[in-house]
Design a protein around this ligand. Structure first.
Ligand SMILES: Cc1ncc(COP(=O)(O)O)c(C=O)c1O
Length: 399
């Protein structure tokens, strides 16, 4: 693992600064170009393996962004993609072949479930979904052809926490590659590579960008695996645009301070909801009563900015509540400075079968909040007024 020169707060701001030489621009230049000119064909040959050949292979602005991520995650290398889903699909196709098998947690992002259960079988790659926190089930699902253990922690939208030490020990025993979607945690709250996870993935669209103004994906990890993923990315073509890479660099400069505020706000909102009579259950890793709170507090530095809760009412009540909010904008996605709200069965998990959703505990009454960096008092007041649309007596009769 790569030693860090500075603390994360410093690396977030200064980590990839080598393009800003003395007397050069402080802000990283955007190399908004598809291709790079060379003086002769010898130089052309040398350029092929660099970030100054053709932007589908790499680009200096992208390299700076990747260097910051390496520092934040504490990994050997990192690569950026056109979206989080693109990072997942390219990486899995880079590492597996027909006849291989994946063990995946049941509670993962809906798009990942669809890729594993609908697309990968077309290439002869099978997936067994296991209970997220039952590690005996993980062990029993491993076959001689299993290559990958696919994880997500905390999970979307149920906020379950995976024991990273247990899963890495299991993977080592069976020589499996560990791949984690760490989008909800960010490297500020959790650094999976420190626990021995091989590949760490993020939807960079979320906290890394931080302002809901770009789409990108991140994979960071072991150099040998990242090299394979890099080669596949150049063929599959899902590379980040240089301008999006620049926006990402700007977003990452404030990642540490934003995440700290998200953590504080989300905990306060979770505590408020937990005591509200019209709320049945609140899911937040650092909330008193969360089944894995002790584990979360041991392996995470903060609970993150996302929480979900179930109203004491019907699906219709949940929908009306989300429409009655003023400060939480009704929109999918998460991780930006603006607070957002959505109903997972209509958004992040709409593409997952009702049966699979049931096993995950994703109910029709579940609401997911992405708590932004506004005043927690204002956000709580907004929730308080919106909860008046839920009528517990009427709905309890319907359930
Ligand atoms: C946990 C998680 N992983 C992956 C993704 C996919 O990322 P993207 O939308 O950037 O493709 C999302 C998107 O919502 C997500 O929430």
């Amino acid at each position: 693992m790569r030693p860090h020169q500075h603390r994360q707060e410093t690396e977030a701001v200064r980590g990839g600064a080598d393009l800003s030489k003395k007397n050069g621009p402080l802000s990283t230049p955007i190399y908004q170009t598809a291709t790079f000119e060379v003086t002769d064909n010898d130089q052309q040959l040398r350029a092929t393996s660099t970030d100054m050949f053709y932007t589908r292979y790499g680009n200096p602005t992208q390299t700076v962004a990747e260097a910051v991520i390496v520092e934040l995650e504490g990994t050997d290398a990192a690569r950026l993609f056109a979206s989080g889903m693109n990072a997942i699909t390219t990486s899995v196709l880079a590492l597996l072949k027909g006849g291989d098998h994946i063990v995946a947690q049941r509670d993962i992002y809906g798009g990942s479930i669809k890729f594993f259960s609908h697309w990968l079988p077309k290439f002869g790659i099978e997936t067994t979904f296991v209970d997220t926190t039952e590690y005996d089930q993980h062990a029993r699902a491993i076959r001689p052809n299993t290559r990958l253990l696919y994880l997500e922690s905390p999970t979307n939208p149920t906020l379950r926490v995976v024991d990273l030490r247990q899963v890495t020990a299991l993977a080592k025993q069976h020589n499996l590659i560990t791949f984690i979607d760490s989008t909800f945690a960010t490297p500020i709250n959790q650094r999976p590579a420190d626990f021995g996870i091989d590949l760490v993935m993020h939807s960079g669209t979320k906290y890394f960008s931080g302002h809901a103004d770009l789409i990108c994906g991140i994979v960071a990890g072991r150099r040998d695996l990242i090299q394979k993923i890099h080669d596949t990315r150049t063929t599959m073509g899902g590379v980040i645009d240089p301008h999006a890479a620049w926006l990402l660099i700007r977003g990452m400069k404030t990642l540490a301070v934003r995440v700290q505020r998200h953590n504080e706000n989300a905990l306060r909102v979770a505590q408020f909801l937990a005591h509200h009579p019209k709320v049945q259950r609140v899911h937040y890793p650092f909330l008193e009563g969360h089944p894995q709170r002790a584990l979360a507090m041991e392996q995470m530095r903060g609970g993150g900015g996302v929480l979900s809760f179930e109203v004491d009412g019907s699906a219709e009540d949940a929908r009306r509540l989300t429409e009655a909010l003023h400060l939480f904008t009704l929109a999918p996605s998460l991780g930006g400075v603006d607070s957002l709200v959505c109903v997972p069965v209509l958004t992040s998990h709409a593409m997952v079968s009702a049966e699979h959703r049931k096993t995950m505990g994703v109910t029709d009454q579940m609401i997911r909040l992405s708590v932004g960096i506004e005043s927690a008092d204002d956000l709580i007041a907004d929730l308080e007024q919106a909860l008046t649309v839920v009528s517990p007596t009427a709905q309890t009769a319907q359930v």
